[in-house]
Design a protein around this ligand. Structure first.
Ligand code: ZN
Length: 558
């Protein structure tokens, strides 16, 4: 249970099977008030007039997992599988910081099998997607599927750090079980360090639940993770035993599913967005429509495979849904309403911005503009270059960078360092003025001192994000040494695989890469990584200290 042993070093070959001691049944679903009342009537009848209470909890839309603790230590984590046999995903689950490797407290049971959902909180999911995008990887469509994929990674190092978390919702075997109600058991779980839902409530009647459905539907949209309904369970454990289960579902529990909010609109046209790596993404432009309290006019079509799957045409009436309450997307086409003059959506043969050549991505799903001087890509790349985690140029915001590209001031990264020669022209720009120009110049000047790791992250080398840049800079120490490195030498760096090594070599050998690096160097940009100074003596010498949170004198990043 050592906290330093959370992430194991080696990938596994495959997943062993685990037989669940108590089958993991699924929960029956209801979709309206009438069905809820029917369920309640069955419960009342089954209990023959006894009083009962329900526990109500948001239904977390994640991946069902069972955790087994023996003598307080996490022994096995398994997927639900078919309910009887699941996969052993212990290695991956150990990397989730919210899951205790060791239970806390004096009254921990000999054996505890707790069940719940592994979820990817929206905030971390978005961050991870942004990182993937920056590294030129395909983004995930929704947190649930992405969580399934993450838990099935053979290398636990790919799971650690993604921010997945766990929410308990039930149990299998507990020995000894010292609780008479679900509420008591969950208080115990919480004490033992198992993450439980803070939104659980106990209610006395089905009326109270039905009355509060609209309130819960509104509130769930503000939760940190995705939910798609409510789960109602009898609170008293002996009453659960009395009711038992059918072959498929427990009789003492039911899910109420909220309808995903959908709206109907007409697809008027498809436009294209070009990302900083040239990826061309189709976007639907529709008649404005109300959805989950906002006016929606655009929806993502993700890629052209998705367009084919939907069989959507321009002029079609489409059903739009908010995917995971984040991005609206088209889920289906109302084919009966297709007008005679509906037009197919054509794949662009030229870049919609620069009219340059396009190519199919290696994966065959995305189209990519391969013109290195494409203006759309250029804007995105320059905005990334000046970003806070890269060169951090104060005073160079998105709008300004876009304007400077349009007015011909910027053609590549190095042009920032020649802007001072055009001071008067800059001041003359609309909404600029002397003060903002001075501010911009100061920011540019300061950025020259950024360490090599920042510069590498800023250069937009495929697959090189902030953490890889850091590794490379630490390992090679200077740009000169990095440029000279062969693919083989690059793969010696921890965390650098063959694909990444090839991409780095390709960048530095390309005409554009060579040119921009030499121009940056000529402008006086720092091309080295400062050596971490080591002090030989003192009480902290040789120790690595990890600080979490913020200090009064500095923020998290610093
Ligand atoms: Zn282009």
């Amino acid at each position: 249970d050592s906290p330093t042993q959370r992430v194991s070093e080696a990938p596994i070959e495959g997943f062993e099977h685990v037989t669940h001691a108590v089958p993991m049944l699924s929960i029956d679903n209801t979709y309206d008030e009438h069905q809820l009342r029917e369920f309640d009537a069955r419960v009342a009848k089954g209990l023959g007039g006894e009083k009962y209470r329900y526990v109500v909890d948001p239904k977390v839309d994640g991946v069902a997992v069972s955790l087994t603790y023996e003598k307080g230590l996490l022994k096995v984590a398994a997927t639900r599988g078919d309910g009887v046999i699941g996969d052993d995903i212990t290695q991956n689950v150990r990397t989730l910081r919210s899951i205790p490797l060791c239970l806390t407290g004096r009254d921990t049971p000999r054996l505890l099998e707790v069940r719940g959902e592994v979820v990817w909180p929206t905030e971390f999911f978005k961050k991870h997607n942004a990182k993937r995008e920056a590294e030129g990887l395909e983004t995930f469509a929704n947190p649930r599927n992405a969580t399934t994929g993450t838990l099935k990674q053979l290398d636990p190092r790919n799971v650690a750090g993604r921010g997945l978390t766990f929410v308990a919702h039930g149990y299998g075997r507990v020995e000894p079980l010292k609780a008479a109600t679900d509420t008591e058991l969950f208080d115990q779980l919480k004490r033992w360090g198992i993450p439980t839902s803070p939104y659980r409530v106990v209610v006395d009647s089905i009326d109270e639940i039905i009355e509060r459905l609209p309130e819960w539907d509104t509130r769930r949209k503000k939760l940190p993770y995705e939910t798609d309904g409510l789960v109602l369970k009898l609170d008293a454990l002996d009453q659960r035993d009395a009711l038992g289960s059918t072959s498929r579902y427990p009789r003492w529990c039911i899910a109420y599913k909220f309808a995903a909010e959908q709206a109907e609109s007409v697809l008027r046209q498809v436009d294209y967005q070009v990302g900083k790596l040239g990826t061309i993404t189709p976007r639907a432009v529709m008649d404005p429509v109300q959805l989950s309290g906002t006016t929606v006019q655009h929806a993502s079509l993700h890629n052209f495979d998705q367009v084919d799957r939907l069989g959507v045409m321009i002029g079609d009436t489409v059903i739009v849904e908010k995917a995971g309450e984040i991005i609206p997307q088209i889920v289906s086409v109302v084919v009966e309403k297709r007008p005679k003059d509906a037009k197919p959506i054509k794949r662009p043969t030229k870049c919609p911005v620069c009219k340059g050549e396009v190519e199919k991505d290696a994966g065959g799903v995305y189209l990519r503009c391969i013109n290195p001087s494409c203006q759309a890509q250029l804007k995105e790349r320059l905005i990334h270059f000046v970003g806070r985690n890269q060169m951090d140029i104060d005073g160079a915001g998105q709008v300004l960078v876009e304007t400077l590209v349009e007015k011909g001031f910027l053609h590549d990264f190095a042009d920032f360092y020649h802007l001072h020669k055009r001071r008067d022209e800059l001041i003359a720009l609309e909404r600029m003025g002397e003060k903002s120009v001075v501010n911009l110049f100061e920011g540019i000047e300061r950025s020259k001192q950024q360490p090599l790791s920042r510069l590498l992250a800023a250069l937009n080398i495929r697959h090189v994000g902030a953490s890889t840049a850091e590794l490379l800079a630490e390992h090679f120490g200077s740009m000169v040494r990095l440029i000279e490195a062969t693919e083989e030498e690059l793969t010696e760096v921890d965390g650098v695989g063959p694909e990444l090594a090839a991409s780095i070599v390709h960048f530095f050998q390309s005409t554009a890469g060579e040119r921009v690096v030499s121009r940056l160097e000529a402008s006086g940009i720092n091309m080295t990584q400062p050596k971490r100074s080591r002090i030989a003596a003192g009480p902290l010498a040789g120790k690595i200290v990890v600080v979490t949170g913020t200090l009064s004198s500095m923020g998290r990043k610093e």
